[in-house]
Design a protein around this ligand. Sequence first.
Ligand SMILES: C[S@@+](CC[C@H](N)C(=O)[O-])C[C@H]1O[C@@H](n2cnc3c(N)ncnc32)[C@H](O)[C@@H]1O
Length: 230
Amino acid sequence: MNFATAKQLVESVGHWHHAFEIYPGLTTPGAYDPGFLLDDIGFPADLHGQRVLDIGPSDGFFSLQARRRGAEVVAVDYRPKNSHGFGAMEQITGCDFDYRCCNVYDLNPKDLGTFDHVLFLGILYHLPDMVRALAIVRSLCHGTLYLESHAANDLPTHEAVARYYRQATLANDVTNFWSPNPACIRDMAFDCGFDRVTERTWADRYFGKFQTRDDPERNRKLQWAYGVLP
Ligand SMILES: C[S@@+](CC[C@H](N)C(=O)[O-])C[C@H]1O[C@@H](n2cnc3c(N)ncnc32)[C@H](O)[C@@H]1O
């Protein structure tokens, strides 16, 4: 593909979320440059033979990074891939992805298998039932979870609490529901069978890296609630 066609394709997308160089000398016009998060994620340079699940990929910056390191990538979003930049990204980069237009609440390991790496970036606060979503994510993950979220870093740190946002009161976006504090994110992840490895916060955001923990005793609580954990 030449520069002019790539540019035309970028311009054909109504709204880009990510700003990244999609073609040499051509950057997508998103408001969010996600490049800084790659350092926190710390993907190995070589992901050949590994499976990566990108939940809520939007324009697919992170799916692309995983693919370029050799991973088998499955991307899942409840929006069709041409309603955001993902479809154009595939055409411009020449990378085809296994893209599932699906709600996170409908995912299950029978259809998708399980993954070495699960990217759960910028999505937790969009989900009305955070715990159910994390339990489903756990059922799909046998390795590392990378979780980035809007977070209530201003709430007390010693107890697990979350702020609920009625209608579009968070960022004028009706798809936003919650802002949990770091303790709340950690405790929800713990009950869903994830151990925290590292975390950091900045402004009103949180990033944590978690490892799955096979502990039937711990999983019992969520197994009782939803029946989705092994
Ligand atoms: C803020 S964007 C995050 C994009 C990207 N992961 C990142 O961190 O830059 C949230 C994405 O999650 C998707 N999403 C929100 N709720 C979802 C749900 N219930 N099931 C599947 N996808 C969802 C949206 O369509 C959007 O692509």
